[in-house]
Design a protein around this ligand. Structure first.
Ligand SMILES: Cc1cc2nc3c(=O)[nH]c(=O)nc-3n(C[C@H](O)[C@H](O)[C@H](O)COP(=O)(O)O)c2cc1C
Length: 206
């Protein structure tokens, strides 16, 4: 029995490729793993707050420096961290925006990457504290960024996601990519079908 946290980051509804692939996969997963609990957090439609000055005080200043504003700001982060740590598996549905992730998902990452909670700083440097988890990233993009092609250098999304989640300890990660969405109907359809087929398989094997 696992807790599965599903996060969708597209501002689009049914037209969103990443959202549709992600929610369909989560449904198939739930069907095949009825003992699992699946929780959906939709940061595309319900963004979490950005980091503010009170947040920084809440995260780093001593108890005597705390204010009602800093306590409120960090309480939001504490709750998101708690929810994140309670899950064993993560399913992320993330569009590519300007070669990276949408700012709504970056705001979420800024809330959950927390010193002392999801990573530690010790004598040997940084250590990720989120151990033993699995993450599946389902991404969509208008172009394509094949490994080995000149376009690969423009893909800051996958390397960034691998780096930041690896930084907090989530290293068992897999990507399913629906790219070429703006490269003509045939290319878009072929890529989406390939992603759907991979996800169909992962609904039992992941
Ligand atoms: C603001 C914005 C920025 C985008 N930037 C890129 C980009 O840098 N590279 C790319 O290949 N596609 C880009 N796209 C296209 C989207 O990645 C593509 O439409 C994708 O399917 C969106 O995800 P969604 O269908 O889940 O909403 C961008 C789209 C928008 C709206």
């Amino acid at each position: 029995m696992s807790k599965v946290l599903v996060i969708t980051a597209s501002p689009r509804g049914e037209r969103s490729v990443s959202r549709t692939l992600t929610t369909n996969f989560a449904q198939a997963w739930a069907q095949n793993h009825q003992q699992d609990t699946v929780l959906l957090r939709d940061v595309g439609h319900h963004p979490v707050p950005h980091v503010t000055e009170p947040w920084v005080v809440g995260a780093f200043a001593p108890a005597e420096a705390q204010t009602p504003e800093s306590k409120a700001a960090i309480a939001v982060s504490d709750q998101l961290v708690e929810e994140f740590l309670a899950a064993e598996r993560y399913i992320f549905g993330i569009p590519m925006y300007n070669l990276n992730i949408p700012s709504t998902f970056k705001a979420y990452i800024d809330q959950i990457v927390r010193a002392g909670k999801t990573f530690a700083v010790g004598p040997n440097g940084y250590e990720g504290l989120v151990k033993g988890k699995k993450a599946l990233f389902i991404t969509s993009s208008g172009g394509a960024f094949p490994v080995g092609s000149p376009m690969a250098a423009y893909n800051f999304q996958e390397p960034y996601l691998r780096a930041i989640f690896g930084f907090i300890g989530v290293t068992d990660v897999q990507f399913v990519v629906a790219d070429s969405m703006n490269q003509g109907e045939d290319a878009a359809k072929a890529s989406r079908t390939k992603a759907e087929n991979t996800l169909k398989e992962l609904a039992t094997t992941w």
